[in-house]
Design a protein around this ligand. Sequence first.
Ligand SMILES: *Cc1c(COP(=O)(O)O)cnc(C)c1O
Length: 409
Amino acid sequence: MKLKKKIPLIDQHDKYGFWGGKFGGSFIPETLKKPIDDLTIEFQKLRKSKSFIKKRDFYFRNYIGAPTRFIKLNRLSKHLGGAQIWAKVVSDANGGAHKIYNATVHALICKTLGKKYIIGDTGAGYAGKMLSMAAKKFGLKCKIFMGAKDIKRQKPNCDAMKKNGAEIIPVTTGSQTLVDAVSECMRYWVSNCDTTHMCVGSTVGPNIFVKICGWSTSQISRELKGQLLSEFKKIPKKIKLINCVGGGSSAYGFWSEFIDFPKNQIELIGVEAGGPKNSKLHAAPLSRGARLGILHGAASYVCQNTEGQINETESISAGLDYPGVSPLHCFLKDTKRATYTFATDEDALRAYKLVTKFEKLNPSLEPSHAFAEAIKIAPKLGKDNIIIVNSCGDAKKDRDILKERLSKK
Ligand SMILES: *Cc1c(COP(=O)(O)O)cnc(C)c1O
């Protein structure tokens, strides 16, 4: 497969939403067809509307706090003694992570369509927390579908959602986790779509949700492009953009403006969650050999057993603990435009320790996976190489687990 020039990736294979002819699509029950078709038509109009884009940019600036910083990590680079390491500090964003971009756009869509209710699903609770924040900002009533088991495990995030005025709907079917929360959320949407808008928290799910999310997080790479130009006068050679990949929304947002650059100028590296060092469990469908399957309404590489049952996953970072991955990343892997690798829990912890030792930066465990890869390759590269890591989350949310894991050693 060759990438078509000039057409943004997000618009390629638009007709059926199958990137590369095989990833993505909309595998949905018949009852969901109408709300999804309606939303698709509305979003195609909104994304071209000057006034909607103006509104989006206004809230990105004044509510989220864009642009986030682009900084050189001098001390870390010097310590490693190779490539220059830079960070795009996306965790500066309101709420401490990139998920707020997607949540804000969904709240704006909801408001523009004249709907008063917004719903979403959440696993670890971060997507739910961000959606509840955006809903509060725009005066929308918010319901978050969450597995009963997850509610028990993620009390701080549940408390935050309630504080923002959201109602948490416990899902007690199936495994009582994210998979069931997604199904329940969709079921609710079918019966209430006249008054209610639905949000999916990453570049996953039926095609339209991949698109809306990618369109939202692409703000990150628009900013970075401008910041590279003002720092270096032109886009330099020998850049590596390293990003952690769970569902893939922060990585896609970080890369989207650079996908059409030649690979030998801008390399794209995705880092998945390799899980605990001595465990078979992981959340790395792209780098540890998963097969094509269907999850949450889209075809992608999915961690599954030989019968197609979704595997249990494990990772120290709740944000990366997902058995599937965005069809966009499956496409970038198959076309070899991006490469994917993984970091283990231990690698991420070690990277966290090193980054925080040398820099005034507090990356959460998800971007610590990306830093692990940067730390691994930087010493082997010359000083004219530029590694940029998307520091997409703040470690405040990981305080308890960091305390527990770092005190053991
Ligand atoms: C949710 C989350 C992720 C994983 O989601 P993506 O869609 O892959 O970006 C990564 N980092 C942080 C900080 C998160 O909150």
